[in-house]
Write a protein that binds this ligand. Structure first.
Ligand SMILES: Cc1ncc(COP(=O)(O)O)c(C=O)c1O
Length: 372
C-alpha cells in the first residue's frame, strides 16, 4: 500500500529531544535514586493546595473542558489588570510558540531569532517551511541591536527568550525598548514574542523589562509565561500569552478547541495566587544558586551567571556529552548542550540542597578522575 508522503519540511525536521526520564535511567543503570536536574523544573514540586482539590476533581473527567480556559483567563486578566480578551491559555508555552508560527508564517516569510535562543522557535519556523534569520549572540546575550537590523519586510516574528534558555541571561528594558522603537521607525511590525518562562526568577534583577507596561506602548508585543517552572506544574502543560486582543483572537482561531485539560485549567487557577509556594521556591533557587556558584568557583569552573533556575556550565576541556554520561551513570540527569551548539557546556537545573550537593560531589569526582 502506498502511503501519503509527509511534507518536505518534516523530512528535515529534527524533533526536540527531551531530558532523560527518571524511570528510563533507573532501569538502565539499576539505580534506586535518580536526581533530575535536566529540565528546569521546580524541585519542590507543586503547591500543597493542589493535593487538597484532586480528590474531587475526578468527578468532572467525563466532560470536555471549557474550550477557552475561561475561568483561568479571567483570573489571569484580573491579576495583571487586563481584559480576558487579551489572554490566551495553551498546553504549555510550547503550544503557544507553535500557534504563533502556524498563525503568521508563510513560506516566503522569516523569523529573526538569536543563535543560541531556546530551540523551539527555530523548530516552529522550520515546521512552517519559512526562513530563519539567526543572529550571533554577544557575551551569551541576545544582541537586540543586530537582531533589529536583520528585520525586513518579510519578518513576521521576532522571538526573544528573556531570560534565555540555555544561557540564563536576560536583556534589560532599555535594550528591548531600543528594538521596539527601531522597528517602529523602520515601519516594520513583526510580532515581538517575549518568552518569559522564567519571569518569576528574573523579575527582581536590575532593569528586567516590565513587558506588561511596555505592551501598552508597543501593541505588537506578545508576552509568554508558564506554569511549568516556578509553579511546579510542568507535567500539567499550562502556559499563557498576553497581547492585544486582535492578536489573541487570531491565535484563538488556530488553537485546538479543547487544548487545555480540565485538571490543568483547574489547578493552574488555584496556584496562580499561591504567593507562599512561589516565595519558597524562589528562595531555594536564590540560596542554592549561590551554593553552586561558590563550589564551581572553588573548582575553577566557568559558568554564566543566571537569572533563572538553571546554570550553563563550561566544562571544557571536557565535552559536555562526556560529563553528561558520567553523571547519568551515577544517577544525576543534566543536559548536554550539543543541540545548542555548546559542545563544551552542560545545563544544570538548580535542585534541592541534597541534589546540588550530590551534583557537586560527582562532578568533582569526574573531573578529578579524568585529570589524573
Ligand atoms: C525559554 C522557554 N520557553 C518555553 C519553554 C516551554 O515551557 P512550557 O512547559 O510552558 O511549554 C521552556 C521550557 O524549558 C523554556 O525554557
Amino acid at each position: 500500500m502506498k502511503l501519503p508522503v509527509a511534507r518536505k519540511e518534516i523530512k528535515n525536521f529534527q524533533p526536540y529531544i527531551p531530558g532523560k526520564s527518571i524511570e528510563e535511567i533507573k532501569n538502565k543503570f539499576s539505580l534506586k535514586e535518580i536526581y533530575k536536574l535536566a529540565s528546569n523544573e521546580n524541585p519542590l514540586g507543586c503547591s500543597k493546595k493542589v493535593k487538597k482539590i484532586l480528590n474531587n476533581l475526578y468527578k468532572t473527567f467525563h466532560r470536555y473542558p471549557e474550550g477557552s480556559s475561561l475561568i483561568l483567563r479571567e483570573k489571569i486578566a484580573k491579576k495583571f489588570r487586563i481584559s480576558k480578551e487579551e489572554v490566551i491559555v495553551g498546553a504549555g508555552t510550547d503550544e503557544l510558540i507553535e500557534l504563533v508560527a502556524k498563525t503568521y508564517l508563510k513560506k516566503e516569510d522569516n523569523i529573526v531569532v538569536s543563535e543560541h535562543a531556546f530551540i523551539r522557535y527555530k523548530m516552529a519556523a522550520q515546521l512552517m517551511g519559512c526562513k530563519i534569520i539567526s543572529v550571533a549572540m554577544k557575551n551569551f546575550l541576545h544582541d537586540l541591536i543586530s537582531m533589529g537590523k536583520k528585520v525586513n519586510k518579510r519578518t513576521k516574528i521576532v522571538f526573544i527568550a528573556n531570560p534565555n534558555n540555555p544561557t540564563g541571561t536576560y536583556n534589560k528594558e532599555e535594550e528591548l525598548i531600543w528594538l521596539l522603537n527601531y522597528l517602529r521607525t523602520k515601519k516594520f511590525y513583526p510580532i515581538v514574542v517575549v518568552d518569559e518562562a522564567y519571569y518569576e526568577y528574573a523579575k527582581s534583577y536590575k532593569n528586567y523589562p516590565d513587558t506588561l507596561k511596555l505592551r501598552k506602548l508597543y501593541p505588537n508585543l506578545l508576552i509568554l509565561r508558564t506554569f511549568s517552572k516556578i509553579y511546579g506544574l510542568a507535567g500539567l502543560r499550562v502556559g499563557f500569552g498576553i497581547s492585544r486582543k486582535e492578536i489573541i483572537s487570531e491565535l484563538d482561531r488556530v488553537r485546538a478547541p479543547f487544548n487545555v485539560s480540565v485538571v490543568s485549567q483547574h489547578i493552574a487557577n488555584i496556584v496562580l495566587d499561591d504567593k507562599e509556594h512561589i516565595e519558597k521556591s524562589l528562595n531555594l533557587v536564590v540560596k542554592e544558586k549561590e551554593f553552586l556558584y561558590k563550589n564551581l568557583d572553588k573548582l575553577k569552573i566557568n559558568y554564566i551567571p543566571s537569572a533563572t533556575n538553571f546554570i550553563l556550565i563550561d566544562v571544557s576541556p571536557y565535552k559536555g556529552s562526556y560529563i553528561f554520561k558520567q553523571l547519568l551513570s551515577r544517577g544525576i540527569i543534566v543536559r548536554a548542550m550539543d543541540e545548542y551548539n555548546f559542545p563544551k557546556h552542560i545545563r544544570v537545573t538548580i535542585g534541592t540542597h541534597k541534589e546540588n550537593l550530590l551534583f557537586i560531589k560527582y562532578f568533582k569526582e569526574i573531573i578529578k578522575k579524568k585529570g589524573n
